[in-house]
Design a protein. Sequence first.
Length: 222
Amino acid sequence: MSAREAILARIRTSLGVTGDEVSRNATVDDRLRKAPRGVIPGRGQLPPAERVALFITMAERVSATVARVAAAHEIPAAVADYLRENNLPAAVKMGDDALFAELPWKSTAIEVRHGATGGEDQVGLSHAFAGVAESGTLMLASGGDNPTTLNLLPETHIVALNADDVVGDYETAWNKLRAIVGKGLMPRTVNMVTGPSRSADIEQTLLLGAHGPRRLHIVVIG
């Protein structure tokens, strides 16, 4: 018996139950299904265009940079512009996301590599599942299409976000993920990213890139 099993066994013994009681299990299942929503801030409850504008404002407030493109095929040029303007190498590492697969990368000088990273790549490119307007936060779901290591290890993280995927609040983002993926099939990891990595632990001096990327650039599509 593991330590966890031993602890749970002692709790069940103290409660005088076995853990297999039908009525108790039904009560728990019912409570989970009917869990009430908490208080949701009104800040993000806006029409779509205003919601996207708020997302951009909040993202820039936490030191992210944002570019807008009209359609997905403009992503390579937008990425190339950002790399050139910031004197970064013309090379990006990305997963197998379908959004990126058919883009005209060859029209740029960018070297495209695929897969997870072990930290050797300077620039990672991801496709966000959603954006949260109330805080300028990105929701990034893990998988072969968007490896989590790309969110954390490169010093520069570029994220593509569809304007239609910007929601007002965290609760709506989670509901969207549950509705699309379904119970029991959730991604192993969901990263909520608000701006580049930062810390002010030492003398309250803000340091970017303390625990992850020092630059976060968001390309909003549409």
